[in-house]
Design a protein around this ligand. Structure first.
Ligand code: CAA
Length: 257
């Protein structure tokens, strides 16, 4: 698929997906959501994906308001589903996903970020769910994923007031992993991604699935899944290699088998 609104750079085991509509602060229209879905799917076998926005002002300033303005309830439903597809995909793929929030992450932009496994923000980032100021609710999972990250009280305050918070506040409430100077953000995300890429790929993929699926399960059932995954991994070459390397005091050479 030839992309118009995003670009993808592959660097060894990493893929960097950049939303590239800087004139509208990288707002997500349907075409961009489709392209993102395709790019995430096409790069799911990389070890890590980094999502970011073009320019120095915005990660993604939300769903595209000019496309949404004339929508009917039916087309709005379809549009919302497009956002749900890409955010669910980010959680489902085996590789790690990192949002490099390099400016505004608003509405659908924040919803994209909170579907990633980690969020790193630049000092100038501003995050929020301003949808109620447009007379709608968040539509790409914001009412659900934000609550799970920061708790009901803070999520409701952000959603009901539609106010943005700065990167430091986002760090304080556990909405981002770390805050970096703008010129260090992408390098930091790559460092984290490269570290993940040195670890056992099957183990990282299993760990991701356990966290994602286990979150909404009763603790006992989730722990049973963990025990099963732990046991299954004992039958892999990566597990043998990882433990052998430790004993032989060398770095492991994982093959994903
Ligand atoms: N959709 C469409 N265009 C957008 C946009 C959006 N979400 N956000 C910004 N733009 C456009 C602006 O219209 C403007 O275009 P023009 O130059 O053609 O006028 C351009 O990007 C630059 O924006 P501003 O001039 O407004 O820049 P600013 O620095 O003054 O303000 C801002 C920046 C505070 C982020 C402001 O642009 C803004 O409030 N944007 C809208 C944010 C928003 O409400 N997002 C949520 C959308 S709803 C949603 O996401 C629903 C969902 O959950 C699915």
């Amino acid at each position: 698929m030839a992309y118009q609104n995003i670009y993808v750079d592959r660097e060894g085991p990493l893929a960097i997906i950049t939303v590239n509509r800087p004139k509208s602060l990288n707002a997500l229209n349907s075409q961009t959501l489709r392209e993102l879905t395709q790019a995430v799917r096409d790069n799911a076998d990389q070890r890590a994906l980094i999502l970011t926005g073009a320019g120095d002002k915005a990660f993604v300033a939300g769903a595209d308001i000019s496309e949404m303005a004339p929508m009917t309830p039916w087309s709005a439903r379809e549009f919302s589903e497009l956002g749900h597809v890409v955010t669910a995909l980010l959680e489902d793929i085996p590789c790690a996903t990192i949002a490099a929030v390099n400016g505004y992450a608003l509405g659908g932009g924040l919803e994209l970020a909170v579907a990633c496994d980690m969020i790193f923000a630049s000092e100038n980032a501003r995050l929020g769910l301003p949808e109620v100021s447009l007379g709608v609710t968040p539509g790409f999972g914001g009412t659900q994923r934000l609550v799970r990250l920061v708790g009901k009280l803070r999520a409701k305050e952000m959603i009901f007031t539609a106010e943005m918070i700065d990167a430091r506040t986002a760090l304080d409430i556990g909405l981002v992993n770390a805050v970096l100077p703008p010129d260090r953000l992408l390098a930091h995300c790559k460092q984290v991604a490269e570290k993940i890429a040195t670890r056992g790929p099957l183990a990282v993929a299993r760990a991701k699935r356990l966290v994602e699926r286990g979150y909404d399960m009763p603790l006992r059932a989730a722990n049973r899944q963990e025990a099963e995954s732990f046991a299954l991994l004992f039958d892999t070459e990566d597990r043998r290699e990882g433990m052998r390397a430790f004993i032989e005091k060398r770095s492991p050479r994982f093959t994903g088998k």
